[in-house]
Design a binder for this molecule. Sequence first.
Ligand SMILES: C[S@@+](CC[C@H](N)C(=O)[O-])C[C@H]1O[C@@H](n2cnc3c(N)ncnc32)[C@H](O)[C@@H]1O
Length: 197
Amino acid sequence: MDVGLFLREVRKAPGRMGAILPSSKYLSRLMVSSAEVQDDHVIVELGAGTGPVTAAIRDTAPNAPLLALEPGAELAAHLRKTFPDVDVSETYVQDLVETATEWGHTDIDRVISGLPWTVFPEESANAGLAAVAQVLKKDGILVTFTYVHANALLPGGKRLRQLLNTHFGDVSTSRIEWRNAPPALVYICRQPKKSEA
Ligand SMILES: C[S@@+](CC[C@H](N)C(=O)[O-])C[C@H]1O[C@@H](n2cnc3c(N)ncnc32)[C@H](O)[C@@H]1O
């Protein structure tokens, strides 16, 4: 994947990117296998960046309707060029209910997230996860990665786990993927809790 483009974006918007390198193909595959993705699923990817996870989704589900959210304009243009059969939206996860409605799918089977939840302000992370839980089917799954050091040591890691438990009834973790810089693991979140409104 395009590391040069990723690094340019990190220099431009470090808070939005929340990482120093794109996910490795090993972590990308772990995310897709953890989500038990199938070709007849309706799939949303959050924060697609330069597209390593998009490529892994397409390897497993070449025909699935796939919407990739990527608010970075240059990254979105790169995704459209690289994956012409993926719908790319330059919107934020916090607006996912509206974006999914406009896309034409409100019952999503899988949401695969590359978002830096641990660096988001709490209110923003909470609003994003509420929107994800809202659009997922009852038996839908969210997967999202977290870096091992952040998960174990940083306040944002503990807060992420609490927020996932707020919005999902069943939260588990994958094995650690060491072949990623930094090493990471995947949260697998089932039983989305719908808001009353
Ligand atoms: C850590 S990068 C991950 C990129 C890619 N998925 C990967 O694994 O290499 C996070 C991406 O999320 C995007 N992003 C940041 N905030 C977002 C938000 N609120 N909604 C949707 N995407 C967002 C950034 O522009 C960036 O491309």
